[in-house]
Design a protein around this ligand. Structure first.
Ligand code: COA
Length: 281
């Protein structure tokens, strides 16, 4: 085989990264790309064949669980072991950091690729789509001073520290953040951001996975945006309450992917009604 090199992906590589995610129709905006590098500056890698950029892959670590994402090889260079080499590098990076579990959302049809790297299937990861609706605002707006409590709530509910990611999403879109409280204590929160074509909803986390809290959060976010916009939300299929809730709210099922894991299985919390995104868990 020609000379394959796995190299660091820097901010200079963003146009290449964006071209690759556009090629796959993954709706990743320039803001999303910048945020990804800001959150995990050493998380992206690229593959070069004889000096030419031919592939990308990334990982995001929360210590007890890491996520592999953005694994793409240019179509004309597929089937040469490049995807495998990049994922093996991401696995090695996660293991060097002592991470016991690595997860990912596999695009349908590529489960075999990840199985050959040792991953096992866990459950279906749904993309749900909805049109806007004039729902009333029943949850509170999140203020910057609430973020400390929200990050602590998320850590307790989810079991890992996702604080830096939540803060980055909130800072990019402060007016799409809502929470619920009981006796002044946070019982749930939701964040949204501008995606390509649709507003991306997530994360949405509710104490005990409570249906009614989730309902308040999702309807408030949709109602605050305006009926002319459309929405996308990534829902773990293993969470039956979350699936029932979005269906009750009129969301339609979009393309599903498959959640897979490697290592000790990290049990995802029932409190998570919507994941942040396929690349951030
Ligand atoms: C998935 C992808 C990155 C694989 O890259 P690649 O360089 O073609 O993969 P490799 O050549 O390293 O293949 C590694 C192994 O997986 C197998 N494999 C590759 N694609 C497969 C598929 N769709 N189903 C089953 N096995 C597959 C190969 O046969 C190979 O097995 P071997 O090592 O026993 O020979 C590439 O097909 C791609 O860019 N797809 C589009 C983007 C995408 O959907 N990525 C997945 C995101 S979750």
């Amino acid at each position: 085989m020609d000379q394959l090199r796995i190299a660091k992906f820097t901010s200079n590589d963003l146009p290449f990264g964006k071209m690759m995610t556009d090629l796959e129709g993954w709706h990743r905006t320039v803001t999303d790309w910048n945020r990804l590098l800001r959150i995990e500056p050493l998380g992206m890698i690229k593959a070069q064949l004889d000096g030419r950029d031919v592939g990308i892959a990334g990982f995001l670590s929360y210590k007890d669980v890491s996520w592999i994402h953005s694994v793409i090889v240019l179509p004309e260079f597929r089937g040469k072991g490049i995807g495998r080499a990049m994922v093996e590098k991401c696995i090695a990076n996660a293991r060097e950091n002592g991470c016991p579990c690595i997860k990912l959302d596999s695009v349908r049809g590529f489960e075999g690729f990840y199985r050959s790297l040792g991953f096992a299937e866990e459950f279906e990861s749904h993309r749900y789509l909805a049109d806007g609706a004039p729902f009333p605002k029943v949850a509170e707006e999140v203020r910057p001073s609430d973020m400390g409590s929200i990050m602590a709530f998320d850590r307790a509910a989810v079991g890992v520290d996702r604080g830096r990611v939540l803060r980055a999403i909130f800072e990019d879109k402060t007016d799409l953040a809502f929470c619920t409280r009981e006796a002044a204590v946070i019982t749930g929160y939701i964040l949204g951001r501008e995606g390509e074509e649709r507003v991306q909803i997530g994360p949405c986390v509710a104490k005990g996975g409570d249906y009614s809290i989730g309902h308040q959060l999702i309807t408030t976010l949709i109602g605050s945006v305006g009926p002319e916009r459309r929405f996308r939300m990534c829902v773990p299929g293993a969470n039956r309450t979350a699936v029932r809730l979005v269906r009750d709210l009129g969301f339609a099922s979009g393309i599903a992917s498959t959640r897979m894991y490697l290592g000790e299985r990290f049990q995802e919390s029932a409190a998570v009604l919507s994941m942040i995104s396929p690349e951030k868990g």
